[in-house]
Write a protein that binds this ligand. Structure first.
Ligand code: ADP
Ligand code: MG
Length: 239
């Protein structure tokens, strides 16, 4: 599914502190959008507002043309993958993947079909009967992504999902996630503070600083024509 996301004059306050300021943003359907910016600039807050895990103080959130400000997280058609991919240690991989579906009204056959399809997509079919402790970091992260895929969401949100992995595995998983996007074609937003991740994975990059958009564009546009010194410095362009 390819669903657009629109943010209109979105502000987020925690008490008196404004952490997102009057932000306008169009996330195009089917694109792989990367939010990049230094720690504390509001990336996670923005993602959590889109996911419905955080309220919006002012402004509008539109998903697929519908105003979603007050829609519960479970009704937004969104799956979120976090950095800390807590798997249930006492359950097999198969059970970890199926667990979220078993609380929904879904037939056993449909659950099995989805689990097997997700496992195939992520190439973890041979790991389905193992426990999480018998998996490598990368394999665990795949299972965590698998738990999102089985829910068949319209939109995937990733909040620094690779930060806990070592450098080599990070590179490998970047490629895996890009392939996943190619295969599924969904709207995906990926948050990172890593410029290289942003430049190599994104269709479109949104550079954030202090709760505001510094610039949005393709990696090449940002590299060739950074809007300001901050973007230039962050993206690593020579200007
Ligand atoms: P990032 O993900 O870019 O590192 P965050 O979105 O986590 O940034 O945080 C943005 C700002 O909002 C930070 O200054 C952070 O301290 C603040 N913040 C985040 N969550 C809360 C909260 N629940 N209560 C108060 N302040 C928060
Ligand atoms: Mg964060």
């Amino acid at each position: 599914m390819t669903t657009p996301i629109r943010l209109r004059n979105v502000t987020k306050r925690f008490g008196a502190v404004e952490v997102i300021r009057d932000l306008d943003l169009d996330i195009e359907p089917g694109q792989f959008t990367v939010f990049v910016g230094p720690s504390g600039c509001g990336k996670s807050t923005l993602l959590r507002m889109i996911a419905g895990l955080e309220t919006i103080s002012d402004g509008d959130l539109l998903i697929g043309g519908q105003r979603m400000n007050d829609t519960p997280a479970s009704k937004r058609g969104i799956a979120m993958v976090f950095q800390s991919y807590a798997l249930y240690p006492h359950m097999s991989v198969r059970k970890n993947l199926a667990f979220g579906l078993e609380t929904m009204r879904m037939s056993r056959a449909e659950i099995d079909r989805r689990v097997n399809a997700a496992a195939e997509t992520l190439q973890i079919t041979q790991l389905l009967e193992r426990r999480p402790k018998a998996l490598s970091g990368g394999q665990r992260q795949r299972v965590a992504i698998g738990r999102s895929i089985v829910r068949d969401p319209d939109i995937f949100l990733f909040d620094e999902p690779l930060s806990n992995l070592d450098a080599e595995l990070r590179v490998q998983m970047r490629v895996e996630i890009s392939k996943l996007h190619e295969r599924l074609g969904n709207t995906m937003i990926y948050v990172t503070h890593d410029q290289v991740e942003a430049m190599t994975m994104a269709d479109r990059i949104v550079v954030l600083k202090g709760g505001q958009v510094m610039q949005a564009g393709t990696p090449l546009e940002l590299y060739n024509s950074p809007a300001n010194r901050f973007v230039a410095g962050f993206i690593g362009s020579p200007k």
